[in-house]
Design a protein around this ligand. Structure first.
Ligand code: GLN
Length: 313
């Protein structure tokens, strides 16, 4: 298999960036009002290898809110605290095949046919995460994000306030789970913690560091610190593969072969186990809610580097 050379990685990133930088497809999310105001031209790609090499292209300093990408790290922390059996039994690990905020998905099997990477399962995960009260749970969530990113992240308060005042649908989802005994903390507070976690600010480099930590079995390859166990990563990646891009997860996996996670802020990260983490940021989204340019750019790099793990030559 051989390790990837610096020159090959740099060339792949540069080509992907140039090929898609002027693409004008998709539209910023606007159901969270603040997201409509983010500069749609932000575009950056970062790849970080498991041996700690960092490659960047384009805008890697502009911050976007992490949104649904955060679901991965809260899930990982719950796995770490409670083990894989508990996550399967108390939340669920099956793809819904539906939109990320589907209520039907909760209703079908009385809350069992969901997973931590769509809204219902993610709100359940924030209800389940360790911490006696809301403040302790929030601190726990912020800590795990900081460790994956290898630095102290911050919250975009205008994004939080804008969504918190307008998240009745997520509150309804949390209450429906509560009705089915699958909510493990106050549903209003759990939804609020989840909303805050979605407003954490990240750039393309943060997301790539987080992806590279997963690619490296839970050890951050930049800080060299152990964040989660290899088993936690082993149980996180399959849910990313089956549900990381909502109802387009199958198309994504078909094209890239990589476990990945998107967010409506425009971030997308993908994990090539044992090799690298890659991430891109570009706010305009397609109909499923996934960043148009981020998907194209990452797919291009994966193909160029022959990094699809299903390719056996
Ligand atoms: N905070 C957003 C929501 O709950 C996250 C959705 C997403 O990124 N898909 O709707």
């Amino acid at each position: 298999t051989g390790s990837l050379s610096d020159a090959d990685i740099e060339a792949a990133l540069t080509e992907a960036y140039n090929k898609f930088k002027d693409l004008k497809e998709g539209k910023n999310a606007d159901y969270i009002k603040e997201l409509a105001n983010v500069d749609p031209n932000i575009f950056g790609i970062v790849l970080i290898t498991t041996d700690g090499r960092v490659f960047t292209k384009g805008d890697i300093t502009s911050m976007v809110s992490i949104q649904s990408v955060s679901k991965v790290f809260t899930m990982a922390k719950v796995l770490e605290e409670q083990g894989h059996q508990a996550v399967m039994d108390k939340i669920g690990v099956d793809a819904t095949g539906m939109r990320f905020n589907s209520i039907v998905a909760v209703e079908l099997q009385r809350g069992k046919e969901i997973n931590p990477l769509v809204n219902p399962g993610a709100i359940a995960a924030s209800s389940l995460i360790g911490g006696a009260d809301s403040a302790a749970k929030w601190k726990n969530i912020m800590d795990i994000h900081n460790q994956f990113a290898g630095r102290q992240l911050s919250v975009n308060w205008p994004v939080y306030v804008s969504e918190a005042g307008d998240n009745l649908r997520n509150q309804a989802i949390a209450h429906l789970l509560k009705a089915y005994n699958r909510m493990y903390f106050d549903p209003v507070q759990a939804t609020d913690i989840y909303t805050k976690q979605c407003a954490i600010n990240v750039n393309a480099k943060d997301l790539a560091t987080m992806a590279a930590t997963l690619a490296n079995g839970g050890v951050n390859p930049v800080t060299k610190k152990k964040v989660v166990s290899p088993e936690t990563v082993m149980y996180t990646l399959p849910v990313m593969a089956t549900a990381g891009l909502y109802d387009d997860s199958g198309i994504w996996l078909y094209n890239s072969g990589l476990p990945a996670k998107s967010g409506v802020g425009g971030g997308l990260l993908a994990v090539c186990p044992g090799k690298f983490g890659i991430a891109a940021v570009s706010p305009p989204l397609d109909a499923a809610g996934n960043s148009v340019k981020s998907q194209k750019a990452i797919n291009y790099v994966v193909e160029k580097l022959k990094a699809d793990p299903y390719l056996v030559q």
